[in-house]
Design a protein around this ligand. Structure first.
Ligand code: SF4
Ligand code: SF4
Length: 384
């Protein structure tokens, strides 16, 4: 691996500090992070070596390793020294991205950044972001509307994930919730943009979204994606704003408990729930999705190995959704096998990124009908 010593050790350290991490918690080199990282289930990945180098101002410019991190947080939660490994990876990516120093194996990244910068989404879609809602009884958000529903780029445009946005709208309408959407007035939240090191673009997206929210009188946001949820709740606050933010599973749990959504039909299937990293490990939301699922008549909820805090990442965070993952190295393939291993007929989750990846993995199975992939909202839609 070719490495380039940087005199500006300070550049890395400043990057980490700016990213919110404590750069001075120096690594013990204990290797706990390597054991925790899902990459080491599919290939060799020495986090501790990179951490050690970074803390002495060396950035592995030519190495693909820096781009592997899916920001799942499993290493961070176990590190006995409290090293902010995700922030450190992000700080190193940040040094390279503005200069276009990205390995040739991730050619897609520059195009994605251009797409987000020009049309506000990574899917190169110029059409109306509200098109998914046509025929759905979804009104534009106006001053005084109680809730902004923020579906995320993928449910706005991706044919599979539009089903999640429409299921959500159906549930909110059924419960009599006052909500609206901002459609083309909103942009990508910028979560993964920041994780790949494009801090300037992240800040621009955040400022534009915040301006739109304020101008339209948004106070409360319901997010489909844990990545949007995390960003609005934990990162937009850096811009001195404070919106009330709920992930849709939290809100649905409230609606069911208040009797506004009645789960009346039977769903006679064995189901297992996958904790998305940005909902579970990063934000501690483990119970609400399970509570709702347990209230569905006939549904049998079983747990996989690597559940809750120990959830096995699908592999799509940290910008990995925009990078190729070689066959045989996808964590999602392992996760699907875990789900099938506990006899689940349905793998349910609550993150658009996870669904994209699990659907891809499902197609590689000998019998792709052996298991279904669903969002929590899609199951609830079937039982109301
Ligand atoms: S777990 Fe923490 S202290 Fe141990 S090697 Fe990894 S970064 Fe260093
Ligand atoms: S955050 Fe997850 S993917 Fe990234 S280095 Fe840590 S364990 Fe590995």
């Amino acid at each position: 691996m070719e490495t380039v010593p940087l005199t500006p050790f300070k550049v890395v350290i400043d990057g980490i500090k700016e990213a919110g991490g404590d750069a001075f918690k120096f690594c013990y080199q204990c290797g706990t992070c390597d054991t925790a990282c899902p990459w080491n289930r599919v290939r060799k990945f020495f986090i501790r070596r990179m951490v050690h180098q970074a803390q002495f101002g060396v950035v592995p410019f030519e190495s693909e390793d820096l781009w592997l991190c899916a920001s799942c947080g499993n290493c961070v939660q176990r590190c006995p020294r409290g090293v902010e490994i995700i922030d450190l990876m992000r700080a190193m990516r940040r040094i390279m991205v503005p200069d276009g120093i990205v390995p040739a194996s991730i050619p897609n990244l520059r195009g994605v950044m251009t797409s987000i910068a020009s049309v506000g989404n990574p899917l190169r879609q110029e059409k109306d972001r509200a098109e998914w809602a046509e025929g759905q009884s979804v009104k534009p958000f106006t001053e005084g509307t109680e809730n902004l529903y923020f579906p995320c780029c993928y449910p706005s445009y991706d044919p599979r994930l539009k089903k999640v946005a429409t299921a959500t709208a159906t549930l909110l309408n059924r419960a009599g919730v006052d909500f609206g959407i901002l459609g083309s007035k909103e942009n990508c939240c910028g979560e993964s943009v920041r994780k790949v090191g494009n801090e300037d673009l992240f800040k621009r997206l955040a400022r534009e979204n915040i301006k739109t929210f304020i101008e339209n009188g948004v106070k409360k946001i319901l997010a489909s994606s844990p990545h949007c949820y995390h960003t609005f709740k934990n990162e937009y606050s850096e811009f001195k704003v404070n919106f009330e933010v709920l992930h849709i599973t939290q809100y649905l749990s409230q609606l069911v408990n208040e009797g506004r959504l009645k789960l009346t039909k039977e769903y006679k299937k064995r189901v297992t729930y996958h904790d998305p990293c940005y909902l579970g490990r990063h934000n501690g939301i483990f119970d609400e999705p399970r509570e709702v699922l347990k209230k569905i008549p006939g549904l049998e909820l079983v747990e996989m190995a690597d559940t809750r805090e120990d959830s096995l990442c699908c592999g799509m965070g940290g910008g990995r959704i925009w990078m190729e993952t070689a066959k045989g190295e996808r964590f999602s393939d392992l996760r699907l096998q875990q789900a099938i291993g506990v006899g689940a007929e349905v793998l349910v989750t609550s993150c658009p990124y996870c669904i994209v990846q699990f659907e891809d993995s499902r197609l590689t199975l000998k019998d792709s009908e052996a298991i279904q992939i669903k969002d929590v909202t899609e199951i609830i839609q079937e039982v109301i």
